[in-house]
Design a protein around this ligand. Structure first.
Ligand code: GAP
Length: 390
């Protein structure tokens, strides 16, 4: 199993994760994401969005402002209740009591305050969900374990609204759905942990955490909570706006209950990196699921100084680029280039050699099996597509 140090050093060396503002000595709890880390994060978010919004008929997505009217955080219990200091800022030219605002500590708030807007503009019927991906900020006293606990991070949250009474069934269903998603992106070493009442957030009737076995032990990567109607009740009271749902079937008006699967992008990223990190005889390989790999394919001309090889390799790369993130490498020998792509998890490498010029074919090398196969240039896209989407 990888140590945290293995991951930290690979992440920095290969452009996944850098300490925030490093040239000024860093800033505790903040990290910057390099070219490969940015792609990996993007792929995690895209897979989540596809699974939670695109592929479902009962979920829509929004993107709310990070800074909200502070009354929203008083209503939700974040200001005045939590022992954690949150992030304060000031809005407007003069700083005084009425200019105080907060960077959001969770994305959920933006969903609850827009419940009625989304309901009315999208003509939704229960059960339905509103999803959001976005930044959240917490002034954590003890940021730790690399990107596991930071002060700025991204959340992927769904608020799934149901009729009161249907919440327990929906809760169980969402736990299963979320575990299935982690399996679909290839994550091993996960388990469910039911939080006892004393561990739960103030709004939660029940919470199950999905935990991953990190090098520093089993830790939460996602929480699935039954928030009841805590939030809509609190916002209805504080805003003095009617947030009730009219149920056309039962002709009743009520505040729906809500189930919330809430995951952190960086924690999933760290879990995915730990899970994928593999040391073999003479190589380090990130066995990332193809959906998550930053580059899907790398293209190599056998030699860097042969015009015909370069031209052919460029034309092949240009075609692949339209569909996938690709890498290009013409330095050193092919063995070194393979090792370099293995270390960042690129599933396939394509080499163009002198035979390619004659036969119009390429060598495709598989990251995991290290097998090499000659494939006709005209079949290359279909060959890769079949293997990258399985
Ligand atoms: N809306 C519910 C909520 O925010 P949470 O358990 O506090 O619940 C949900 O956070 C997820 O957000 C966690 O499972 C974790 O993945 C991520 N998260 C929370 N605090 C974090 C931090 N300081 N650094 C990185 N990720 C964090």
């Amino acid at each position: 199993m990888a140590t945290l140090q293995d991951i930290v050093s690979l992440a920095k060396r290969r452009g996944f994760i850098y300490p925030g503002s490093e040239i000024y000595g860093g800033m505790a709890g903040f990290y910057d994401y390099g070219p490969l880390g940015n792609e990996l994060k993007f792929n995690i978010k895209q897979s989540w969005w596809r699974n939670m919004v695109q592929m479902r008929d009962d979920v829509v997505g929004i993107s709310a402002a990070i800074i909200m009217n502070p009354k929203a955080w008083e209503a939700s219990g974040h200001v005045g209740t939590f022992s954690d200091e949150m992030f304060k800022t000031s809005v407007g030219r003069t700083e005084n009591d009425s200019s105080v605002a907060y960077l959001r500590p969770e994305t959920a708030g933006g969903i609850f305050v827009n419940f009625k807007n989304v309901l009315d503009s999208m003509h939704l019927k229960l059960p339905f969900g509103i999803a959001q991906i976005g930044k959240a900020f917490r002034n954590e006293i003890n940021p730790r374990d690399f990107i596991f606990r930071t002060r700025e991070f991204e959340q992927m949250e769904l608020e799934y609204f149901v009729r009161p009474g249907d919440d327990e069934k929906a809760f169980d269903k969402w736990v299963k759905e979320r575990v299935a998603w982690y399996k679909s992106i290839g994550l091993k070493n996960i388990r469910e942990h039911e939080q006892p009442p004393e561990e739960r957030a103030h709004y939660s009737k029940a919470t199950i955490d999905i935990e991953y076995e990190f090098p520093f032990g089993w830790q939460e990567i996602e929480g699935i909570a039954n928030r009841g109607n805590f939030d809509l009740t609190a916002h209805q009271k504080a805003s003095v706006k009617d947030l009730a749902y009219f149920d056309e079937e039962t002709k009743e008006k009520y505040l729906p209950y809500v189930i919330e699967p809430s995951a952190g992008v960086e924690r999933i990223m760290l879990a995915v990196l730990c899970d994928a990190y593999t040391e073999e005889d003479d190589r380090v390989v990130l066995k990332l699921h193809p959906t998550l790999a930053p580059y899907k394919v790398a293209v190599f001309p056998l030699l860097a100084n042969k015009e015909k090889l370069i031209a052919k390799a460029e034309s092949i790369r240009d075609a692949l680029k339209k569909r996938w993130m690709t890498a290009w490498d013409d330095r050193g020998n092919i063995g070194k280039r393979y090792r370099s792509q293995d270390e960042v998890g690129t599933p396939f490498c394509v080499t163009i050699d002198f035979d390619s010029l004659e036969q119009n074919d390429v060598t495709v090398r598989d990251r995991d099996t290290m097998e090499q196969k000659r494939v006709a240039a005209s079949d290359l896209e279909a060959y890769l597509a079949e293997r990258l989407t399985s």
